[in-house]
Design a protein around this ligand. Structure first.
Ligand SMILES: [Zn+2]
Length: 132
């Protein structure tokens, strides 16, 4: 069963194969980075020529429509969409800081957090998350 990831702006598929591809910009340079589609796996493939170190803040954009993926709700985070083969879908919200392991899968029903820097409770997803 494969989860698909989409751009929230153009709905283009961001994981055509095994990796999620995002355009990443830092200090006037840009590159395509490959991310694991597996929640909680923070292994990222970065081109050698792209200087990136821990705590660098980057800007993610869609490789298809080039629009900024910075979250409207929290500028420290980026946001894309996901869909499961079962038809469930929601948002993936993740940190824009390299090495900061904080990811949330947000659906109407629940928020699942991944990564050692993620908050485990008291998460407020601006009303898009679980309705209590
Ligand atoms: Zn797009």
């Amino acid at each position: 069963m494969k989860r698909s990831y989409h751009c929230p702006k153009c709905n283009g598929i961001l994981n055509p194969n095994v990796k999620i591809i995002l355009k990443t910009e830092r200090a006037g340079r840009s590159a395509l980075l490959l991310f694991s589609p597996q929640p909680g796996n923070y292994h990222v493939i970065v081109p050698e020529s792209f200087p990136l170190k821990k705590h660098d803040e980057v800007r993610f954009s869609c490789p298809l429509c080039a629009r900024d993926l910075t979250s409207k709700h929290d500028p420290a985070m980026a946001e894309i969409r996901f869909a499961t083969p079962g038809g469930q879908g929601g948002s993936v919200v993740f940190s824009r800081v390299f090495g900061h392991e904080e990811t949330y899968f947000v659906t109407k029903e629940e928020v699942r957090s991944y990564g050692k820097h993620a908050a485990s409770e008291g998460i407020n997803f601006w009303g898009v998350g679980p309705r209590k």
